[in-house]
Ligand binder design. Structure first.
Ligand SMILES: [Cu+2]
Length: 190
């Protein structure tokens, strides 16, 4: 009984040893195979990530090229628009048009004072220059207005002369020439 028991224990030991050895060998083989596969296989997690990054870089490059192309078109259109626009008006400079006192044709063309409507900001100064061969006035109000000249009045501006006035208050101001009352203009001060 005793010997048999010992023999059985020894047999169990051998079997366990064999089992552990085989399992170790199998696990080792599987691990090696998996590692080798990971390096060679193009669908490994690393390659998937690298490929995604590469694709994103390519897409980014394509989009950047499109953005650059659009920017070039926008620049070209801006340049075309700028070339079509008239030069900026000096809104604080008004010309008394040549011939404005001769006949009343400047009433129809609305340029006895040119421009005859001017928008400025509070505190701006407007300068009128007499480009006509005869004298004119720049007088606030309307010809029929009892308040004419109450805000500003140039008096006689000789040919080639100038008159300036600084607008300290907002409002809409009509003005005219007392010698040629058909000559009218408007100033809007904001
Ligand atoms: Cu006049």
């Amino acid at each position: 009984m005793y010997r048999i028991k010992t023999k059985n224990l020894f047999g169990k030991y051998l079997l366990t040893l064999a089992f552990v050895s085989i399992m170790s060998f199998l696990v080792g083989s599987i691990s090696s195979a998996s590692f080798a596969g990971a390096v060679k296989d193009s669908n490994s997690p690393f390659d998937v990530i690298f490929n995604s990054i590469r694709n994103l870089e390519e897409q980014n490059s394509i989009l950047q090229n499109k953005v650059n192309a659009l920017q070039t078109q926008v620049d070209k259109l801006n340049s075309e628009v700028n070339s079509l626009l008239p030069p900026p008006l000096l809104t604080n400079a008004v010309a008394i048009t040549k011939g404005a006192g001769g006949d009343q044709s400047c009433v129809t063309t609305k340029n006895c004072f040119s421009p005859n409507v001017v928008n400025i900001a509070t505190g701006d100064t407007v300068t009128w220059t007499n480009g006509d061969s005869v004298g004119h006035t720049v007088t606030s109000g309307n010809p029929s207005d009892l308040q004419s000249g109450a805000i500003f009045d140039s008096g006689l501006i000789k040919s080639g002369g100038m008159f300036s006035f600084t607008f300290q208050n907002p409002g809409t101001f009509n003005y005219f020439c007392v010698i040629h009352p058909w000559m009218t203009g408007t100033l809007t001060v904001k």
